[in-house]
Design a binder for this molecule. Sequence first.
Ligand SMILES: [Mn+2]
Length: 254
Amino acid sequence: VLLRPYNPALQINIFDHCSGVDYGDFSTIPGYLPESHRLITEGALTLFQSGATPIFLGGDHSVSLPLLRAAAQVHGPVALVHFDSHSDLWHGYFGGKDTHGTPFRRALEEGLIDTARSSQVGLRGPLYGPEDYNMTAEAGMLLIDGPELHQIGMAEAIRRVRARVGDGPAYLSFDIDFIDPTFAPGTGTPEVGGFTSAQSQQLVRGLVGLNFVGFDLVEVMPPYDVGGTTCLLAANLVYEFISLVACRKAAQTV
Ligand SMILES: [Mn+2]
């Protein structure tokens, strides 16, 4: 991937406004999820407290829970902007409470999410029952499901999400399975009927100016990837996240 410093879509030269560092991996204890989550929260807390805007790379979506714990400890409850095929709001998954299908349920229970300012976008695919579909609204969050997103288009979705988030602290969680498997096959729970790489870039760019305190991009599974397609797109989405950080800093220094 060749990612140059000037983003023409957002008209920003990233490194005029921010510096970046690859912080490496957080420690985990393979096979011990709650203990690993505790270590992830500890590691992420250091970053949030430093004043940096961290961008976390998964891992599966379970990591968003320990990351949100750290974010909320520093910033209070955050507006969740969540792109995904799935709500990840299940109460349990195969009997487990800490899985990649449950992080936002646990985050709601712990008060980490400002639901009145939060959105879930792109949800689609078969469910266990109609109650699964209602979970987003019952939680008090805005739902723009996959078919609706196709219908209203990216610009209108951006307008609705932005209006919802307002000026307060926000956290963007991007599950790569939001993208259609044609463009991002390298993931564990692909859902057809998704979105293109161009549409995903448009959506992320459309969030420019919002007060994002952190980002994650999760569920990329390189062994399932085909020709590096998924990893290429993931790297470019992270580039757009960095561009959002740079735009925000640029606006603050004017
Ligand atoms: Mn997910």
